[in-house]
Design a protein. Structure first.
Length: 446
């Protein structure tokens, strides 16, 4: 893992290190490229492959979903068994460890309580002459939630996506999750029942995103798709955007830790590794004002890494994307953090709340030594579906409003309309839209 002193490298070089690649620039690993070449007879980029999958699902529906599920996942499924049955959910509950189920229920309560606080209200105001203006808050009719199931199972992601949709009042919540050997992790199914998912389908990857976006013979078309996934899922969401809405383009997980001389290197190293175990492409960065601390964190990473069960994944992530930067002071550290716009930002400093007003770009901010990132992942209540790849500069954390629409309400009295008629006519004519003007003139002269 690299340790870089900001005094020995140009700002432009640091910015380059902190600025993530666009999603469609990520190269597929050689093994996947070779496998895809055998399947399709040509060397397709990730974007080209996803576009082909999406177009095929849109054109051929269930048969394309079945075909791609077999090619990529080795799944022998039919349209008749896409849908998870009540019996399968019951079996999952019987199989589940009660302690884990209890923890999921506690997490669900915290998540629900937090997201209820986010609910906006419809409003109406009365203007002069009793005219009315307002805003109506309307939940989406149907949403699709994608839950990853590749390198690990994520019941926490089920809670984080489904509960805000349920709180928002969404009419129907469907869920897609890849199945291994025809089965879904029991805790994913238990979490789906706790959260309130209406239907669960045993499909994953880009084909699942396309199926929800366009609908098939058996899978309903949705208004919006939320939830994280791998590069193929992310590119598929990008491809279908406009046919339906999406929450964000969520890439590999990230953590950036700003640490001063008071930070505990054991905590900082553990938090770096907590993200690195997600994915070899995950990114873990520390920006500190103390060179001695940087060296201690680096050494501690090596010590803790040796004991981790998922060492191969963690080591690949740390070697490729692990970085420690020594900044001149906290102002420079925060400047670099804002440039990075990380998914998770931890402030391991003596006075973290003093730095909070300076934070402009982050998915979630964790303040102090006892607010580690896994707290937010599982139990605190705020959502863990967060913008990645620098998109925290313009995307927000998934929340209740993700599942709501705003509709404007306008009701003028005749007297109020006549009072503003000339202004409307003048503006309409200025834009050359004479029919707009006439719609007002007709009412003025009637």
């Amino acid at each position: 893992m690299k340790i870089i002193d900001s005094q020995n490298i140009s700002r432009a070089e640091i910015v380059k290190l902190l600025t993530k690649k666009a999603f469609d620039e990520i190269e597929l690993p050689p093994k996947i490229r070779e496998s895809n070449k055998k399947l399709f007879g040509e060397d397709l980029t990730a974007s080209e492959l996803v576009r082909k999958i999406v177009n095929d699902v849109r054109k051929f529906g269930d048969s394309a979903v079945i075909d791609y599920s077999k090619k990529f996942d080795g799944a022998e499924i039919t349209a008749e068994n896409f849908l998870v049955t009540a019996e399968e959910i019951d079996a999952a509950e019987n199989q589940a460890d009660s302690k884990i189920v209890d923890a999921l229920k506690i997490a669900a309560e915290n998540i629900k309580s937090y997201h209820i606080e986010q609910l906006p209200k419809s409003w109406i105001t009365y203007r002069n002459k009793n005219s009315i203006l307002g805003q109506s808050i309307i939940p989406l009719e149907k949403v699709g939630v994608y839950v990853p199931g590749g390198l690990a199972a994520y019941p926490s992601s089920v809670l984080m996506n489904v509960i805000p949709a349920e709180v928002a009042g969404v009419g129907e919540i469907i869920m897609c999750v890849p199945a291994k050997n025809g089965k879904i992790n029991p805790y994913v199914l238990v979490a789906a029942k706790i959260a309130g998912a209406d239907k669960i389908y045993k499909i994953g990857g880009a084909q699942a995103i396309a199926a929800m976006a366009f609908g098939t013979e058996t899978i309903p078309r949705v208004n919006k798709i939320t939830g994280p996934g791998n590069i193929f899922v992310t590119l598929a969401k990008k491809e279908v955007f406009g046919h339906c809405d999406i929450d964000m383009l969520a890439g590999p997980s990230e953590i950036l830790i700003v640490a001063d001389e008071t930070a505990n290197p054991v905590y900082a190293a553990a938090d770096m590794l907590s993200q690195a175990e997600h994915d070899p492409l995950a990114c873990s960065i520390v920006i500190t004002t103390d060179k001695n601390l940087a060296e201690k964190i680096s050494a501690e990473v090596e010590t803790q890494l040796a004991k981790l069960p998922r060492r191969e994944i963690v080591e690949a992530s740390i070697n490729s994307n692990g970085l420690i930067i020594v900044a001149q002071d906290l102002n420079e550290a925060i400047d670099f953090a804002n440039i990075s716009a990380p998914e998770h930002l931890e402030l391991l400093t003596n006075s973290p709340f003093n730095l909070l007003p300076k934070i402009k770009n982050a998915g979630a901010v964790f303040l102090g030594a006892y607010s580690p990132e896994p707290l937010g992942d599982y139990l605190a209540g705020p959502n863990h579906v967060l913008p990645t790849g620098g998109t925290a500069k313009f995307f927000s954390v998934l929340n209740v409003e993700t599942f709501l629409k705003r509709t404007s309400l306008i009701s003028y009295t005749q007297e109020d309309l006549l009072n503003v008629a000339e202004n409307i006519i003048v503006l309409a004519n200025a834009e050359g839209l004479t029919a707009h003007a006439e719609a007002i003139i007709k009412r003025k002269n009637f």
